[in-house]
Design a protein around this ligand. Structure first.
Ligand SMILES: NC(=O)c1ccc[n+]([C@@H]2O[C@H](COP(=O)([O-])OP(=O)(O)OC[C@H]3O[C@@H](n4cnc5c(N)ncnc54)[C@H](O)[C@@H]3O)[C@@H](O)[C@H]2O)c1
Length: 245
């Protein structure tokens, strides 16, 4: 099996937005990249060297079928980027008005999803003695969100998931880290976010400009690389200097 540095990569939630940016960056390194998304646009955006797979990360059978297909095409993945989330599709809702079904759905996609994908990817990584898992959290885990209590709670959960899994799989040569983006102007955000919310996000930064998906790529590539082989359980905040910790 290939080393994490040059083996197959899986990016979830890669039909568009920031996930597609990650996928293209790995593909530019000449690596085989599988893009998984519940949105079948993923089949159109997968270019040469990429495999588009329609899958629901919250569903065990769907995740299993996706990984079986990826393993058949590329071999066992050495890198998993858990990026899929209910995010731009989630309406802004105050805490009183979040219904239980929506709460559960957010947890199913944003927390169960990374668990199911990591659980399916890990046997290949541990048997090779090497692997990289990068989970996408959010600065809302630290500062709260704009009428998205369920989302902020799920992204805080991603940090705990990252730390706990890192403790268990380090012995097998697998690192597990997280990247927490601040407000980033992905296509969905630009379509749906009120202008004042975007402007406020810029105003609180040490580097006062809008973030674009490309701003997040470096942290993900680094954590997936050999240069980060002794870093695990960590969360890198990429937000232009809003949250310091
Ligand atoms: N854009 C931001 O401001 C920002 C800030 C912090 C964190 N993030 C995180 O970065 C990631 C990408 O953000 P984005 O702006 O591109 O968001 P987005 O909502 O445009 O992208 C999410 C992707 O996940 C996919 N997805 C949703 N449910 C799925 C499921 N059940 N199975 C498979 N795929 C599913 C969607 O189809 C979509 O392609 C998300 O994890 C988000 O929470 C974004």
């Amino acid at each position: 099996m290939a080393a994490p540095e040059d083996g197959p990569v899986v990016v979830t939630g890669a039909a568009g937005g920031i996930g597609l940016e990650y996928a293209r960056a790995f593909a530019a390194q000449g690596r085989p990249v599988a893009l998984c998304d519940r949105d079948d646009r993923v089949l159109d955006v997968a270019a040469d060297g990429m495999l588009g797979v329609v899958a629901d990360v919250s569903d065990e059978d769907s995740v299993d079928a996706a990984f079986t297909r990826i393993e058949r095409e590329f071999g066992a993945p050495t890198v998993l980027v858990n990026n899929a989330a209910l995010f731009v599709d989630l309406p802004f809702t105050g805490w009183r008005d979040i219904d239980v079904a929506t709460w559960d759905r957010v947890m199913a996609v944003n927390l169960r999803g990374p668990f199911l994908c990591a659980r399916r990817a890990l046997p290949g990584m541990t048997s090779a003695g090497a692997g990289r898992i990068v989970n996408i959290s959010s600065t809302t885990a630290h500062v709260g969100g704009h009428q998205r209590l369920h989302y902020a709670a799920s992204k805080a959960g991603v940090i705990g998931f990252t730390r706990a899994l890192a403790r268990e799989v380090g012995v097998a040569g697998v690192t597990v880290n997280a990247v927490a983006p601040g407000s980033t102007q992905s296509e969905g955000v630009l379509e749906r976010y009120p202008r004042d919310v975007l402007d406020n996000a810029v105003a609180v930064r040490a580097i006062p400009r809008a973030a674009v998906p490309a701003d997040l790529v470096g942290a993900v590539l680094f954590l997936a690389s050999d240069a980060a082989s002794f870093i695990t359980g960590q969360t890198i905040i990429v937000d232009g200097g809003h949250v310091f910790r």
